[in-house]
Design a protein around this ligand. Structure first.
Ligand SMILES: O=C(O)c1ccc[n+]([C@@H]2O[C@H](COP(=O)([O-])O)[C@@H](O)[C@H]2O)c1
Ligand SMILES: Cc1cc2nc[nH]c2cc1C
Length: 353
């Protein structure tokens, strides 16, 4: 079976989240010891968690893990980011050493950190937290040709799915967070968002790690050139990924698909995971029933992608780091949304039934 067929097979494994459990959780919220609706968006989130678990009340997730997917990008040669390629490998080393922002926030919320190399260009030291599944040492320049081949895109999707499956099936993980690392990866994120939402590059392209006006204009031009060169077809998500995506974007789509197939909620981080969720949703629309938008990144493409997906972000902290940082900060909110449904007394218990 081809790798593409295996991705298609994974996509059909995703079952719709349970409407019955969602309705039951909604009823329960009306009965709990509080004015109806007073827990705001936590009520809808709790009901969605019930749908994902297929039962109300839903289990309280106690074993969260972040999967940080890393890759490099040929389009960096066009000057779309001020940072050198070598930062990607250096930061992967930092994730393994525990010294990155993602590690500090993961320790704060009690999450495991798992790092996946699907396309880093540099040498990496072995580490127990690092899964080496390098498809190739970075993509080609998407503005001059396809970023990668279709089978390579499929291999990266399956690598992400494999890590998610191992964490859930062997590691007991019951809440996944997706993160990314890759210098220049906001350029393919913008291209994916434009291709899959039909918004023009000047709306989906932002300043990434922090670029000046001149570089932003160049970046918009580069995304436009890529879209004109490939004419990506939204009905062919793997083709879009191969033409204008990135290896870590593909891996994140795989984590989302496998999380959904296992009935485990997946919390998105910033613009890169938002763009990957568009790909996952195009491959398996029901996978979006298991996806939670952790935060709203400053990158303009993030809001466009989340609006297209019909997802409202839980947090808005002006963050634009990536790594899974904003997604991890939403973990306690997700846990609280489930715990409220499990542990609260009802109005009837208090004698107001
Ligand atoms: O999460 C976000 O929305 C986000 C926004 C801007 C930058 N980043 C991170 O910064 C890197 C990409 O930025 P750039 O400017 O090199 O394209 C990559 O490692 C991302 O994780 C992440
Ligand atoms: C230092 C640095 C850390 C990062 N973490 C995620 N993206 C990043 C980009 C840079 C440049």
């Amino acid at each position: 079976m081809s790798l593409e067929d295996r991705v298609r097979e994974l996509a059909v494994e995703v079952q719709p989240s349970g409407e019955g459990a969602v309705a039951e959780a909604g009823e329960r919220h009306l009965a709990l010891a509080k004015p109806p609706g007073s827990l705001g968006r936590l009520e809808g989130l709790g009901a969605r968690l019930a749908g994902m678990a297929g039962e109300s009340p839903p289990p309280v997730p106690g074993s969260p893990a972040v999967v940080v997917c890393a890759g490099d990008h040929g389009v960096l040669d066009r000057g779309v980011s001020p940072w050198p390629r070598e930062v990607t490998a250096a930061m992967v080393g930092n994730f393994c050493g525990g010294g990155a922002a993602v590690n500090a926030i993961a320790r704060t919320v009690g999450a495991r950190v798992s790092v996946l190399d699907v396309g880093v260009a540099g040498e990496l030291e072995r580490h127990p937290s690092l899964r080496g599944a390098r498809v190739r040492p970075g993509t080609d320049d998407l503005s001059r040709g396809p970023a990668m081949g279709r089978e390579e895109a499929a291999r990266a999707v399956l690598a992400g799915a494999g890590v998610a499956e191992e964490l859930v099936e062997s590691g007991g993980v019951d809440l996944l967070v997706v993160g990314d690392m890759g210098i220049a990866n906001t350029t393919p994120a913008s291209a994916l968002i434009s291709a899959l939402t039909d918004h023009p590059p000047e709306e989906t392209t932002g300043r990434g790690t922090g670029i000046d006006d001149e570089t932003l204009n160049l970046k918009v031009r580069v995304v436009r050139e890529a879209l004109e060169l490939h004419g990506p077809d939204p009905a062919d998500p793997l083709g879009v990924l191969a033409a204008v995506g990135g290896l870590e974007h593909a891996a994140i789509a795989g984590v989302i698909l496998m999380g959904a197939a296992c009935g485990v909620p997946v919390i998105l981080d910033g613009v890169v995971s938002n763009s990957a969720a568009l790909v996952a949703g195009a491959l398996a629309p029901d996978s979006l029933g298991y996806v939670i938008a952790g935060h709203l990144s400053v990158e303009p493409g993030a809001k466009i992608a989340l609006d297209h997906l019909g997802l409202e972000p839980l947090l808005d902290l002006d963050m634009r780091l990536g790594e899974g940082t904003g997604g991890l900060l939403a973990v306690p909110l997700v846990q609280a949304a489930a715990r409220l449904l499990v542990e609260m007394a009802t109005l009837e218990d208090l004698g107001f039934g």
